[in-house]
Ligand binder design. Sequence first.
Ligand code: SF4
Length: 381
Amino acid sequence: MKKDFTPTLLDLGPLQIYLARHFGFCYGVENAIEIAFRTVDENPGKRIFLLSEMIHNPQVNADLRSHGVQFMQDNYGKQIISFDTLTADDIVIIPAFGTTLELETKLNKIGIQTEKYDTTCPFVEKVWNRSEQIAKKNYTVIIHGKPKHEETRATFSHAAFFAPAVILKDMEQAIELAKYIKGEEPPAQFYEEFKGQYSDDFSVTNDLQRIGVVNQTTMLASDTQAIADYLKQVMIEKYKLATATVEERFADTRDTLCYATLENQQAVSGMLQTDADLAIIIGGYNSSNTSHLVELCEEKLPTYFISSEEKIVSAREILHYNFYIKEETLTSDYLPGKKPVKILITSGASCPDALVEGVINKLVSFFPVKITTEELIEQFA
Ligand code: SF4
């Protein structure tokens, strides 16, 4: 492992690929996939369900489906298979991003042992533990995350069990929340503005006096940090706090991003120091961590978010995902005419490395590359 975050250059002559220092599968995803396939192997003849997509990658999920695993909900909690059809004999696997306490209780009541097939990532559990710790010290838990994302819903459910909780999707919402902290907006308006994002019986007047920020583990590190710093400052000004007394109102929780998210994001920042022509990011279109890698790259150069090599239609055209409009877009002339063409490549935490290899091979096929794979590998021996 290199200690810096400079990318690895695959020098193929007319094509130069810069591969991010860290990319692809994280511990949590590998662990979840391993448990899921082991469950299939160890339980022939049993009905096996997954609460929702195992991870946000279509290939991995299709693979699980082909082994007979059925998905109970889509990514937004919409039911595909009714819970009424479940019996105590069935197996239900909890995905890597965890689930809500309500759902867990529901399954346990049916007689399903959720703890045996729980693939919740330890880094997600770490956030839950952190939320519990600050909740027990009477801080309200502010969760920076996508309100509909399974992991955020799960974290919200665990936090709300112990304390009041609010989900903030971005800095804009943090600024809005600050207005209620400072008493600049009528409390009644909060309930409309943050509909579906606060815990039961939330009191704007009482529950915004002591706060701590945790996040969905795959958010952009810099965004979470900015939101936490901003809210901390709001509390300092509102309550006239000194450095020694900040903790009276604001809990220090800065370490709730998972290592993989952080390393993949740092590796992209390192990769972006390279003067390249374009970037290709590979991952599932509903993957939160992958979309943040795309955001980082598109600030600097033309960036194409694709799910596999099949999206590279030809040397002229690429079909890539635009997550702002949630649609694929066909772009022509994405490869510049100059030589060498320099391309940055990385992938999200739920993307198998085989997909990255597929993309590299497809790109290589468009260029008169003389070096063989063996010769290339030798450069790293
Ligand atoms: S991205 Fe992080 S929190 Fe999510 S599954 Fe991977 S290691 Fe766990």
